[in-house]
Design a protein around this ligand. Sequence first.
Ligand code: NAP
Length: 272
Amino acid sequence: MSLDSPSIALVGAGAMGGALVRGWIEAVRKGGGLTLTVVEPNFDPELERELDAVGAVLNPPDPGPVDVVVLAVKPQTFAAAAEATRKFVGPDTRVLSIMAGVTIDTLCRELNATRVIRSVPNTPARIGRGVTAYVASPACTEEDRALIEQLLEPLGTVEPIAAERLMDVVTAVSGSGPAYVFLLAEVLAAAAEQEGLDKDTAMRLASRTVAGAGALMLETGETASTLRKQVTSPGGTTEAALDVLASADGLGPLLRRAVSAAAQRSRDLGKR
Ligand SMILES: NC(=O)c1ccc[n+]([C@@H]2O[C@H](COP(=O)([O-])OP(=O)(O)OC[C@H]3O[C@@H](n4cnc5c(N)ncnc54)[C@H](OP(=O)(O)O)[C@@H]3O)[C@@H](O)[C@H]2O)c1
């Protein structure tokens, strides 16, 4: 992608905000331009140098209302950051939030905005391999959505979601999901240790297996179910393990309970 010279105010440029800026720099290298105002106490000087090198305008004097405000601070910092953000918001400004749990209503109210996009990225976004789901306020146009999808691309794939109430499910699946996969690597390693492998070998085998299986799914484009069937010979070792995992009290019901608990927690936090 290239960038069609938008003016952006980025509020918070830590892990996620920094990943976005790195992607935007690559986009500007391919064409277009960028005028970026960064509100961040510790902006990475390397990113400043790279922005300068690609000819982006960084921190123009008196930026006024911008095309897009991107909020990438921690949710608990939002109240403090909102004050400093309002001056960037005009009638045509789109507000893109990646803050967990902050609703479209709150964003509209606190920032005096109408064209608001709330998104949920996940940790692999830090290396451009995440998935970011988003929902747009009714005032957003098709062009707004296209622009926001383009700006989120550096974090990985982007998925539109039909209704804001589903963001609790998104949070429980893709937002929190990487932790479930890390736990899978941990418990697989613990099981390997119990069967006699030393701790370090067990962890290496388990984590490379999880990473390799994920990469295979991504790179072949095959479904999880097809790939699982490909490695399961009738009467073999994998089938013996899957019989346990797919049993009535196996992985399926366990994950349904886990996802349901996470979605409920997300709903409860949203009510505070
Ligand atoms: N990391 C993830 O995997 C992940 C996943 C899904 C969603 N998110 C969401 O993404 C958002 C950002 O997460 P992150 O991991 O990038 O956090 P982060 O690394 O802590 O980045 C936030 C940045 O904002 C800065 N900041 C603090 N107060 C500010 C203010 N008033 N104005 C401007 N900047 C301020 C922080 O500076 P100091 O460090 O100096 O305070 C920090 O550099 C969060 O809302 C989180 O819910 C993150």
